[in-house]
Design a protein around this ligand. Structure first.
Ligand code: LER
Ligand code: MN
Length: 270
């Protein structure tokens, strides 16, 4: 039987205080909590690519027996207002430089970087062309490290670029963006997809990462998503990557973390 790997988000970004991140204590403590709860990996949301050295992260990961599942880029928007689809060429280049540096940071740790909110809101005509160009460059940069670049469709309140996996998958195919994979965030999908399980099956091998969140963005089991159907669909497409808890730390970080692990274990342990 196929296995999935469990992952939990760690944020060190003060501006993201209301964001969907579980652990927020300093990295040594957050890594210890992730390992003690039984996670295989952590997903890092950092203020900048030079916030901490990759050497320090690698040594924490080794000490705690954790992998780095992925690194987020959202601080580029939250802290600097940067998006890779900005019509201002200087701002766009600044945004791309931020993402490239995150790709380098993650790449040195064997982890892909994620383009979520830094894709921009998509409210102008050139947005899709600029997205394709940006994804091409990011995919090429990630390729240097033998990892993909991860593009995340978001719900309609965050972007008009791509809200559904199928549309994003066709876009990748049309533009032959071969080293770019999709992030299936089950929270966004609950809002946007007609049938999230079918959307997973249709997107198939385009899916490279999963944000494992319930319908209300709490830990899986605290909302009304049928997790069994999601897991069955992920098994059908042969997904063997991370189920990463990008969720609200409710009612508190420890409970959210434990609930996520018990949900994942209920599907992967005999
Ligand atoms: C990022 O992974 C995400 O899901 C977004 O909702 C953050 O803006
Ligand atoms: Mn997400």
């Amino acid at each position: 039987m196929q296995m999935f790997k469990s992952s939990i988000t760690i944020s060190q970004v003060e501006e993201a205080v209301n964001g969907p991140f579980v652990l927020r204590s300093p990295l040594p403590d957050a890594f210890a909590t992730a390992a003690a709860t039984g996670f295989n990996a952590v997903e890092l949301f950092l203020p900048s690519p030079d916030y901490v050295s990759t050497k320090e992260v690698a040594s924490l990961a080794l000490y705690h027996g954790l992998e780095i599942a992925a690194v987020g880029t959202g601080a580029g928007l939250l802290r600097h207002g940067l998006t890779i689809t900005d019509t201002d060429v200087d701002r766009r280049c600044e945004a791309l430089d931020f993402v490239f540096a995150m790709i380098d940071f993650g790449g040195r740790l064997g982890a892909p970087a994620i383009l979520g909110s830094m894709q921009g809101s998509g409210d102008h005509e050139e947005a899709r062309d600029l997205l394709a160009a940006g994804l091409r460059e990011c995919g090429a940069r990630a390729d240097r490290y033998g990892v993909p670049f991860i593009y995340e469709p978001l719900n309609r309140y965050e972007t008009r670029l791509f809200n559904r996996l199928g549309d994003a998958a066709r876009f990748l195919e049309q533009h032959e963006l071969t080293n770019v994979q999709l992030l299936a965030d089950l929270f966004h999908m609950n809002i946007e997809e007609q049938d999230p399980a079918s959307a997973i099956r249709d997107a198939g091998s385009h899916i490279g990462h999963v944000h494992y969140a319930d319908s209300n963005r709490q830990a899986m089991g605290f909302g009304h998503t049928d997790a069994g159907r999601m897991i069955a669909a992920l098994r059908d497409i042969g997904y063997e990557g991370y189920l990463s808890a990008e969720i609200l730390a409710l009612p508190d970080p420890e409970t959210a973390a434990r609930q996520t692990i018990s949900s994942i274990h209920s599907f992967i342990l005999p």
